[in-house]
Design a protein around this ligand. Structure first.
Ligand code: F6R
Length: 240
């Protein structure tokens, strides 16, 4: 595991964007999985700026959505599809992106479609992931089953209460759809991001604590190509 500790969030965003851009430039045609959530927003901002300066061609690779709130669509504030389009995918060729449609009642169909997309592109080459307050990755919640492919999940109470920060109001979200952790683990390169004091405890448990499905992020500790980019607040409890 390669841990990069940055001075602050802006520095984290720049370093992670450079890391992703370098990978994209060296690997045209591959499939990338970017988490939504708040942490990577600065990375996406930097990537779009680099794209505009012709330092990276964001349409030279393909993208898969990581997860979605069942019941929310592109018009809904805080849905993963809206967050990702506003931040990044509106700058990318439409046919290069597949996100889950949280409004489709056929969640199984959505899972099979995403699996087919991932398989057709030869699996995920680069996954940029966040760590939830409960250690979740995507919507692989605590005590996650070992799932290859995609599945529908009952959301953990912590995830439900944290969701307010995305929606700006209380929404009765109960279910998520996500790429399973095994498929994420099989990504060639995995990058985790964490920022802020509130992430310090779960970041330390995820990186240096027990390797356990109770903390899904900890299951990546032995990944053969794992980079962790954290700001010094999120890194403050890691014993490096
Ligand atoms: C988002 C996602 C989640 C987040 C995690 C951290 O697509 O899959 O697992 O990465 O909850 O979210 P933030 O970055 O908002 O703290």
């Amino acid at each position: 595991m390669n841990i990069i500790v940055t001075q602050n969030y802006d520095d984290l965003s720049l370093k992670a964007a450079k890391h992703a851009a370098e990978f994209i430039n060296a690997n045209p045609g591959v499939l990338i999985c970017f988490a939504a959530g708040n942490t990577p927003l600065g990375v996406f901002r930097e990537l779009v700026d680099m794209h505009k300066r012709n330092e990276v061609d964001l349409s030279s690779v393909y993208y898969t959505g990581l997860d979605e709130w069942v019941g929310l669509g592109i018009e809904d504030e805080g849905s993963c599809i809206k967050v990702m389009h506003d931040a990044l995918y509106d700058f990318v060729s439409k046919e290069n992106v597949l996100m889950f449609d949280g409004l489709d009642p056929d969640t199984e169909g959505q899972c099979r479609k995403a699996e087919d997309w991932i398989n057709r592109h030869g699996g995920i080459e680069y996954a940029l992931l966040g760590i939830g307050m409960n250690g979740h990755v995507g919507f692989n919640e605590p005590r996650t089953p070992d799932v290859e492919g995609c599945f529908t999940v009952s959301l953990d109470d912590t995830t439900k209460s944290v969701s307010m920060k995305y929606f700006g109001k209380e929404l009765p979200v109960t279910t998520g759809i996500t790429i399973g952790w095994r498929t994420l683990y099989n990504s060639k390169k995995v990058v985790f991001l964490a920022s802020g004091k509130e992430k310090a405890s779960i970041t330390a448990s995820s990186l240096t604590g027990l390797n356990t499905p109770d903390i899904p992020a900890s299951l990546f500790q032995n990944h053969p190509d794992l980079t962790v980019i954290v700001d010094k607040d999120a890194a403050s409890l890691i014993d490096i």
